[in-house]
Each structure stands twice: as structure tokens, then as C-alpha cells.
Design a protein. Structure first.
Length: 197
């Protein structure tokens, strides 16, 4: 029991440290790598809490697929660090309000006002995957759907924010290329040769 508690607090400290380094670090690639470390720590915590399915899904889906995509996008984009530093203060108030709302929701989820714990009674044969599905699609069906809508709004907002003005395209249409004559492409100029002095 002592070893399990030591492992739990060790992974919890590693998760908090990785999250802080992800926020503090200025290099976007290092931020993504610290987020991968935070995901691994959270997966280890879930496995210690006997939620093996959630831990494995976190590693397979987020670390294996999503973070690989994030790293690919970060490395292919040309991110200007000086441009990122400006304009942080104007988003400080909405960020603090969002943090307070999320903290209030977290406290309400851990300590509900009605006195019910929110736990579902399970039989001995039920696995934690079946329990997760039962709770997710019965008791938390509406919050699950609202989360999907919020993710859709986030995707639309990301597309709207990353959309820029039309760039100047230097490509020539094939119709104009076919209409060009050889005299238009090459002009021969006769120049007198320079004489050495």
C-alpha cells in the first residue's frame, strides 16, 4: 500500500511539474513534449486508480495520434515568438473568468450539493469499461453531448482564427501558358562587345 501511495504522489508531482513547464516554456515544441509527459503521468494515475481503459485510451489516442498531429503542425508552421508575446494581457480577464468557472464546476463535481456521490452500483462481473459506458450514456448523456458541441465550436473558432487574407499566388493558369508564343518568351538583344582597355 505504501508503494502505491508513493507511486501515486510521484506521478501527481510529475504531472503538476510537466503542466507548469508546458505553460512556462517559450518553445512550442518543448511545450508539446511537456504535454506528452503530462499525458503519460495522468495515464499512470488512472491506471493506479484501476481505470486501465481510460489510461490506455489516453496514451493511444492523445499521445499516439493527437500529439503527433500537434507536433507536425507546430514544426511545419512558421511561428513568430515576438508576435506571440504581444497581446497576452488583453486575454487575461477572460482566462481568469474561465479558470474560476472550471474550478467551480470541478468543486461541484467532487462535492455535489445534493449529497449524492454520483457513483453507480456495479455487479462483480462488470468491468470499468462497461461502467464508464453506463455512466457516460445514461447519467451524463447531456453533458457528453454538450461537450461534443463545445468541441465543434472550438474547431470552427480555430478555423476562423487561422484564416488569413488571400495570398498572392504566382501560379499562371494553363490557358495563358498555351497562348504564349516563342517570341514572347525569348527576346534576343544585340549588344556591342566590351573592349579591354
Amino acid at each position: 500500500m505504501l508503494l502505491q501511495q508513493f507511486a501515486f504522489f510521484g506521478f501527481a508531482l510529475l504531472l503538476v511539474a510537466a503542466a507548469l513547464m508546458m505553460i512556462i516554456s517559450r518553445n512550442p515544441v518543448r511545450c508539446a513534449l511537456f504535454l506528452v509527459l503530462a499525458f503519460f503521468s495522468a495515464a499512470a494515475l488512472w491506471i493506479l486508480l484501476e481505470a486501465e481503459f481510460l489510461g490506455l485510451i489516453l496514451v493511444l489516442v492523445y499521445v499516439g495520434a493527437v500529439m503527433t498531429l500537434f507536433l507536425f503542425v507546430i514544426m511545419t508552421l512558421n511561428i513568430d515568438n515576438a508576435e506571440k508575446q504581444y497581446g497576452f494581457v488583453r486575454y487575461l480577464f477572460p482566462a481568469v473568468v474561465s479558470i474560476l468557472i472550471l474550478l467551480a464546476l470541478l468543486i461541484y463535481a467532487v462535492y455535489p450539493l445534493s449529497g449524492s456521490t454520483g457513483r453507480v452500483a456495479l455487479s462483480a462481473q462488470a468491468s470499468n469499461t462497461q461502467a464508464l459506458g453506463d455512466v457516460l450514456y445514461t447519467q451524463y448523456a447531456y453533458p457528453f453531448e454538450i461537450t461534443g458541441v463545445l468541441l465543434l465550436v472550438g474547431i470552427i473558432a480555430t478555423i476562423a482564427l487561422s484564416f488569413r487574407e488571400k495570398r498572392l499566388n504566382k501560379a499562371i493558369t494553363p490557358e495563358l501558358q498555351l497562348k504564349v508564343k516563342s517570341s514572347d518568351r525569348l527576346r534576343i538583344i544585340t549588344m556591342p562587345a566590351e573592349r579591354k582597355k
